[in-house]
Design a binder for this molecule. Structure first.
Ligand code: NDP
Ligand code: MG
Length: 381
């Protein structure tokens, strides 16, 4: 296997911790670790993986960590400058983007410009600025490998396909989340605790709420468009409650290629790091004799309006993705703070989409401006 040394942005989160399990199991090494404010976990990770650099987004957390790591030679930095330094770290060949939210955009662009392999978990980056990110990756010869399980499945199902014109459609599977089958009336009274209970995956709070509203599938729809240069009409979504098939590609001859496995993120994380090779790893094997029957259903876009809003943003293009994402990040934060109800998330995102002007071919500055305007619209509605 090629030697892998990673810079891990968002090491203390769900994807971050699972990435470190893969690193340990597969004999890879760590150049840099970053987090927002979780100093205790960062200290423990830094002692275990001995990176050159650790970064805390919060200044005070970095001061605290510097004291805690005073007996080591590990350098501690803070803020966006620190995050950019981790993304550009010379000794790392691969950058894993596992921070949550569009804060991942600048470091991802910085890593691309250094020609790093990007193991991309941070889907918000592609939703906001997919065209600019993919263009930059082409110009700088940086390879973007998907960590998101659906996109990893599509990546694997596309292997060996030399002519994209032979692809009829990409089919993203969707677990349906904790509220599958519920009516709008039932959803009006669900609580934060209900929404944080995902049936199949243990993930960070923001993506768990996105999975409950189905916005996550909408973000993944836009992510797939950019990663695989597919128009929206060639992407479909199927509800598959068991999360065993992680997504499919349908070819022009009507053959469908699916990728299967247990719902275990360590598998797509590992493949993004070892590609094109496969090595033994920590992911749980799938026991076909004992797995549940596989079922498929249509998503309910009338009840789960976030999915429909995201598909509209996908069709609109331009800065619509940045508006959708900024509005959603702000609305989910308000919901997690107990300030708005579950159904208000879609109302507020829709309001932002209707009131913030959408631009064609936006520059990076215009994307950041669209993000700010969308957050403001949601917070002041
Ligand atoms: P978590 O919330 O579990 O972890 C987020 C990580 O980012 C933590 O290390 C956190 O640090 C750090 N962080 C949070 N806010 C900031 C900030 N403002 N600046 C810098 N760092 C920050 O998220 P997940 O691991 O669940 O998700 C990470 C990304 O991966 C998301 O984009 C998500 O959509 C995507 N993804 C996740 C999947 C999953 O199974 N979890 C599956 C597919 C995609 P701290 O701990 O200090 O707060
Ligand atoms: Mg996913």
């Amino acid at each position: 296997m090629r030697t892998v040394r990673i810079s891990l942005l968002g090491s203390t989160g769900s994807i971050g911790k699972q990435t470190l399990e893969v690193v340990k199991a597969c004999g890879m090494s760590v150049g840099a670790l970053t987090a927002h404010s979780n100093v205790a976990r960062m200290e423990q990770q830094a002692r275990e993986f001995s990176p050159e650099l650790v970064v805390m987004m919060e200044e005070k957390a970095a001061d605290d960590l510097r004291v805690r790591l005073g007996d080591t030679s590990i350098r501690v930095c803070s803020g966006m400058d620190g995050l950019l330094e981790a993304a550009e770290l010379q000794s790392a060949d691969t950058v894993v983007t596992a921070v949550v939210g569009m804060v991942g955009l600048r470091p991802t662009m910085a890593a691309i410009r250094e020609g790093k392999r990007i193991a991309l978990a941070n889907k918000e980056t592609l939703v906001c600025a997919g065209e600019l990110v993919m263009e930059e990756a082409r110009d700088f010869g940086a390879k973007i490998l998907p960590v998101d399980s659906e996109h990893s499945a599509i990546f694997q199902a596309l292997e060996g396909c030399n002519h994209r014109s032979q692809v009829k459609r990409l089919i993203l599977t969707c677990s349906g989340g904790p509220f599958f089958g519920k009516t709008r009336e039932e959803l009006s009274s669900v609580t934060k605790a209900d929404a944080l209970k995902h049936p199949n995956w243990a993930m960070g709070a923001k993506i768990t709420i996105d999975s409950a509203t189905l916005m996550n599938k909408g973000l993944e729809f836009i992510e797939a468009m950019h990663l695989y240069h597919m128009p929206p009409e060639k992407i479909s979504i199927v509800v598959h409650r068991e999360s065993i098939i992680h997504s499919l590609v349908e070819y022009c001859d009507n053959s469908m290629i699916a990728q299967m496995g247990t719902p275990d993120m360590r598998l797509p994380i590992q493949y993004a790091l070892t590609y094109p090779e496969r090595v033994e790893g920590p992911a749980t094997p799938l026991d076909l004799w004992h797995c549940k029957p596989l079922t498929f259903a249509q998503p309910d876009v009338d009840t789960f309006r976030c999915l429909g809003l995201a598909m509209e943003a996908a069709k609109r293009g331009g800065s619509a993705g940045a508006v959708l994402n900024g509005a959603n990040e702000a609305a989910v934060a308000l919901f997690l703070d107990g300030k708005i109800g579950f159904l208000d998330i879609a109302d507020r995102v829709q309001y932002a989409m209707e009131t913030v002007g959408i631009l064609d071919n936006p520059s990076m500055t215009q994307i950041l401006e669209a993000d700010r305007a969308a957050r403001l619209a949601v917070e002041t509605m």
